[in-house]
Design a protein around this ligand. Structure first.
Ligand SMILES: NC(=O)c1ccc[n+]([C@@H]2O[C@H](COP(=O)([O-])OP(=O)(O)OC[C@H]3O[C@@H](n4cnc5c(N)ncnc54)[C@H](O)[C@@H]3O)[C@@H](O)[C@H]2O)c1
Length: 245
């Protein structure tokens, strides 16, 4: 894909960047000239995916640890001098029907998606406010809008993220900061974990009859982070081959 975005001079932080959608997002920003901070709790995979580049700084961080998130944001600003774009992408699933769901399965999913996005957003906004410019892009899901059997925890977290996105968008609209979300559909480890039979059935429900590549999610995120998207805030952009139509 030819690169048409220009993020030279910008610092971008992407959570869950060791693989999948987060990796794809970080690679597009890097190719578009940004300094990129890549965060993931899987330190080994993070080091393998990002073995060393002068414009990339890798941080092994669990986003559900709010103190570690605040510390990482300070480290990113110390490294790059600013923090302009945050992509809250890190995510997990712990699927089971609600009557079998443990407290741990419930809490873990809410702590990563909602807690992590809250902690990161809280830590990033003061830097964006003082710069008078910022972009926050959260990663929600079709499930957060429509529900899905076996995913009460994930649906609650992703639905909560939409309400969080709109609220923070309202709170920061006067400071040159936009806050938006994408709702993806991409062939990653999280999706292929369901196995080939269920994957084929899921693919059949996509109007475009395919799952996307992470790079296609990255293009939507880059648009929302661009100068040109400066009048767009509080939206959820489905990048899903039409499943949400
Ligand atoms: N793939 C899809 O079609 C799809 C659909 C809807 C939503 N999403 C969302 O997109 C995001 C990325 O998913 P993916 O498909 O790339 O999944 P993935 O499992 O391939 O990647 C997720 C990454 O997040 C990291 N991570 C998990 N918990 C973390 C934590 N507490 N702290 C830091 N890093 C953590 C993992 O180590 C992993 O590298 C997730 O928020 C997911 O819910 C994906």
């Amino acid at each position: 894909m030819p690169i048409t975005f220009d993020f030279a001079g910008r610092t971008v932080l992407v959570t869950g960047a060791a693989q999948g959608i987060g990796e794809g997002i970080a690679r597009l920003f890097l190719a578009s000239g940004a300094k990129v901070a890549v965060l993931d709790r899987d330190a080994d995979r993070l080091a393998a995916t990002w073995p060393g580049h002068e414009s990339v700084h890798a941080f092994a961080v669990d986003v559900s640890d709010s103190a570690a998130v605040a510390h990482a944001v300070d480290d990113v600003v110390a490294w790059a001098g600013s923090l302009d774009v945050v992509v809250n992408n890190a995510g997990i699933t712990r699927d089971t029907v609600v009557w079998k769901m443990t407290d741990e399965q419930w809490r873990e999913v809410l702590d990563v998606h909602l807690g992590g996005t809250f902690a990161m957003t809280r830590a990033a906004i003061p830097h964006m406010r003082s710069a008078g410019w910022g972009r926050i892009i959260n990663v929600t899901s079709y499930t957060g809008m429509h529900g899905n059997i076996g995913q009460a925890n994930y649906a609650a977290a992703k639905g909560g993220l939409i309400a969080f996105t709109k609220t923070v968008a309202k709170e920061t609209a006067g400071f040159g900061i936009t806050v938006n979300a994408i709702s993806p559909n991409a062939a990653t480890a999280m999706v292929t974990a369901v196995g080939p039979e269920l994957l084929a059935a899921m693919t059949a429900t996509v109007p475009m009859r395919r799952f996307a590549e992470p790079a296609e999610m990255a293009a939507a995120v880059a648009f929302l982070a661009s100068e040109e998207a400066g009048y767009i805030t509080g939206v959820v952009l489905p990048v899903d081959g039409g499943i949400s139509m």
